[in-house]
Design a protein around this ligand. Structure first.
Ligand code: ATP
Length: 800
């Protein structure tokens, strides 16, 4: 193949020295085709056809016009240059990549400069890669100018144009040389042609593959077209079907509409029929209802009438019954009223009887009193007679002695005198027994008298002025000498508008008033009966109330005060009662209420360790104090020791009102338990002797700090005492005993089963007039209070 192709070329070696690129089919791709191919990765069938068509064309290109060798020799360099330039321009139609690969294959492998299949397929084949970027495909003027620029030597071994011209000029007559050159050039050309042919072959292969590809694509295209046509047909069929369906739907709608109209018509007709029918039925029912209503109304009216008649009858019956009941009640009430009137009259009579009895008792008391005095005078007479008798006895004895020495007559007279003496002794014994009997009666009468008068007694004692002149003394008078029960106080001086000075008078009346001249003995003689009552089984409370320094302690616990006198009297009585088989036990304790706290005055060191607690025995009406030292009072000496010890321990504090003012309440509690061995009688009495703290007002005392607290507590407990007495007087259900320690402790000795005596102590000094008035007013309030009836706790042995 190579030789056949080379034959004509050899004959026209010089004249047929066209540029190696002239036969290159690829140069026939127009730029527009090339650009189109660039734009689509798969070449359009038309483009492929055009490509195919144009690829076949090079063979029919007209041969260039033959020239003489000399001409050709002269022209050659230019043509060669031109040919190169033309080829360069043709190559320019390929991608730059193809050009560069072609150039490089010329430059680097002169013997194998055929473009590779890879290069072609990259540009045209199925495996063509998409260009990396447009810029690689855009041919710039610089690229063209560069390719057109003169070169010193090409990759095909061409010498530079100037050098070539020079060589031609110098060797123009050197034929052998020229032939050699020609041969070498021919050789070169042959190589070029060979390479071009192999390149063409590659291109043909590529073209073949491209054709196959195009055929495939055309087949695909046909398939697609057929498919598209069938789809189009289907679409048309579907469209027609849609039209038919739409028509059917419209027809159906029309039919339905018609049916609906018919149904509507039927329905409205039915509704009208039914409403007509219903109206008729409702009207019938209304008529029926009216009829029923009438019937029912008539029936109800009849029932109501009958019920009304029945009700009226029953009301009438009830009214008659009630009238009868009212009549009965009236008659019963009349009877009851009569009974009540009768009982009232009876009560009135009883009251009158009681009053008469009271009067009788009073007169009895008076009689007993006079009897008592007559008995006392009798006793005196009897004792005088006794003394006379004793004197007579003595004289008789001397006479007997005288007569014994003389005669028998004397002995007779002695016997008679002896008899007379026995008579006298007998009379004396009888008188003594009578006296004891009358004393017992007197005690009974006293207790009765006490009960009738009420159980709270108030006595007033006026302290004598200690060392004051007449001007400093208050104007106090005691108008009734006989009863000794009144005291009149002249108030402070008051000056009226005319300048006249006057004094108000304040009269007070108590059970007994002791003048400043009265001594403790006289005071005790008045209260001795109360002390006796303690022995008889009563709870007795004697307390002294008054301002500081008014003589409370003097009256109560001084050496000849009420406490020692009472204990002495009790001892004496106990001794006397022994004869009547009575046996007594006495126990005493001494307490102090200081700042609302209980202290044991007989055991002051145990104050903090043991707390004193008040316990009440509701049944026995007795009070005990837990943890309190109790001393058995076996003799009067023990009582004196106890009193002095208690006095020593009593809280004493100085205030401006009194330097030795007792700021606490002291309570001496004497428990007396007696038992009659002969009769089995048992009695349990308590004697409380209370020395209250000073009652002066807080303002007057000018106390501060602890002293003020003491004074406040004292005032509080005294006011609680007043409240308790007032509540007892009112007969209140609740007595506020627990409001203070003092009243709590004296619960069973104030009111109820107790006899209470209050001493109100007052000063006789003008400067204390205000406090004196306050104290006397308080005492009057207490005096006006009637506290029940006391009862002795005497019981027969074994009954409790
Ligand atoms: N009747 C009287 N006869 C003679 N002296 C009396 C009499 N009453 C009180 N005194 C004397 O007056 C002084 C004060 O009396 P007393 O201490 O008894 O008063 P008080 O009321 O107990 O005072 P306090 O509230 O401070 O205890 C004492 O020195 C007392 O001896």
């Amino acid at each position: 193949m190579e030789s056949s192709e080379n034959q004509p070329n050899r004959a026209t070696r010089i004249s047929r020295l066209p540029g190696p690129s002239t036969n290159c089919g690829l140069s026939e791709l127009s730029e527009s085709q090339h650009n189109t191919r660039i734009q689509s990765s798969i070449p359009a069938p038309g483009i492929v056809k055009a490509l195919k068509r144009e690829i076949a064309q090079p063979a029919s290109q007209p041969e260039p016009k033959r020239k003489l060798l000399v001409d050709r020799a002269v022209e050659y360099p230019q043509r060669a240059t031109h040919s190169y330039m033309t080829r360069s321009n043709v190559v320019r139609g390929h991608t730059l990549h193809g050009v560069s690969s072609l150039k490089s294959s010329f430059r680097q492998q002169p013997g194998s400069h055929v473009p590779t299949l890879n290069t072609f397929t990259k540009s045209f084949g199925l495996g063509r890669e998409r260009p990396v970027g447009k810029t690689t495909l855009i041919r710039t003027p610089n690229v063209q100018s560069k390719s057109q620029a003169p070169r010193t030597k090409t990759s095909h071994g061409h010498v530079d144009d100037d050098l070539f011209d020079k060589r031609i000029t110098t060797n123009v007559w050197d034929v052998d040389g020229r032939v050699g050159d020609m041969e070498s050039q021919f050789k070169e050309l042959k190589d070029m042609v060979n390479s071009t042919l192999s390149q063409k072959k590659g291109h043909d292969d590529a073209l073949e593959r491209a054709k196959t590809r195009v055929n495939d694509l055309e087949k695909d295209h046909q398939n697609l077209t057929a498919r598209s046509e069938s789809l189009l047909l289907e679409l048309n069929a579907a469209r027609e079907e849609g039209h038919a369906l739409r028509r059917e739907l419209q027809e159906e709608q029309w039919k339905n509409q018609r049916e609906i109209d018919i149904l509507k018509r039927d329905h409205s007709q039915t509704v009208e029929d039914m409403s007509r029918h219903h109206r008729t039925a409702v009207e019938d029912l209304g008529r029926e209802l009216d009829h029923l209503k009438d019937q029912e109304g008539k029936r109800h009216q009849q029932q109501i009438d009958s019920l009304t008649r029945e009700f009226q009858i029953s009301v009438e019956d009830e009214r008659k019954r009630k009238d009868r009941e009212i009549q009965d009640l009236r008659s019963r009430m009349g009877n009851e009223a009569q009974d009540m009137n009768l009982s009232m009259q009876r009560k009135e009579r009883d009251l009158q009887g009681l009053k008469a009895e009271n009067e009788t008792l009073r007169s009895e008391i008076e009689r007993q009193k006079s009897l008592n005095s007559s008995h006392q005078s009798n006793i005196l007479e009897l004792s005088a007679a006794n003394m006379t008798l004793e004197a007579k006895l003595n004289s008789v004895r001397s006479q007997v002695e005288f007569l014994e020495s003389d005669s028998k007559a004397q002995s007779d007279s002695f016997a008679s005198m002896e008899a007379r003496l026995q008579d006298a002794l007998h009379i004396a014994e009888e008188a003594k027994e009578k006296l004891i009997k009358e004393e017992t009666e007197r005690r009974v009468l006293f207790n009765k008298y006490q009960e009738l008068k009420g159980n709270i007694r108030v006595m007033c004692r006026v302290r004598p002025p200690l060392s004051a002149s007449a001007e400093d003394r208050a104007r106090i008078s005691f108008p009734d000498d006989k009863t000794s029960a009144e005291i009149v106080l002249a108030g402070p001086e008051e000056r009226n508008s005319l300048g006249m000075v006057s004094r108000k008078t304040y009269p007070f009346e108590f059970d007994r008033v002791f003048t400043p001249a009265s001594q403790n003995e006289e005071v005790f003689s008045e209260i001795s009966q109360l002390v006796q009552s303690a022995l008889d089984g009563y709870n007795v409370c004697i307390f002294c109330y008054g301002q500081t320094g008014s003589g409370k302690t003097h009256t109560m616990s001084s050496e000849d005060g009420m406490i020692p006198r009472a204990t002495h009297m009790i001892y004496d009585t106990i001794m006397k009662l022994k004869e009547k088989s009575w046996r007594y036990n006495m126990e005493g304790c001494f307490l102090e209420v200081y700042n609302e706290e209980l202290n044991d005055l007989l055991a002051p060191n145990e104050r903090n360790s043991k707390k004193l607690e008040i316990r009440h025995d509701e049944l026995r009406k007795q009070t005990t104090v837990l943890n309190c030292k109790t001393v058995r009072l076996s003799s009067p000496d023990v009582v004196e020791t106890m009193l002095s010890e208690a006095q020593k321990n009593r809280s004493v504090a100085a205030t401006k009102a009194n330097e030795r003012s007792s700021r606490s309440h002291s309570i001496f509690i004497l428990k007396i338990v007696g038992e009659n061995l002969a009769t089995g009688e048992r009695c349990e009495g308590t004697l409380n002797l209370v020395d209250l703290a000073g009652s002066e007002r807080l303002k007057h005392s000018q106390a501060e700090g602890d002293r003020m607290k003491e004074t406040q507590n004292i005032n509080k407990s005294l006011s609680c005492l007043g409240d308790v007495i007032e509540a007892l007087g009112r007969g209140s259900g609740h007595i506020p005993y627990r409001n203070s320690k003092l009243t709590h402790l004296l619960q069973y000795s104030l009111g109820g089963n107790s006899k209470t005596l209050m001493f109100v102590m007052v000063s006789s000094m003008e400067e204390h007039l205000k406090e004196t008035l306050t104290s006397l007013r308080f005492a009057t309030k207490v005096h006006n209070t009637h506290i029940g009836t006391a009862k002795a706790t005497k019981k027969i042995k074994g009954t409790d």
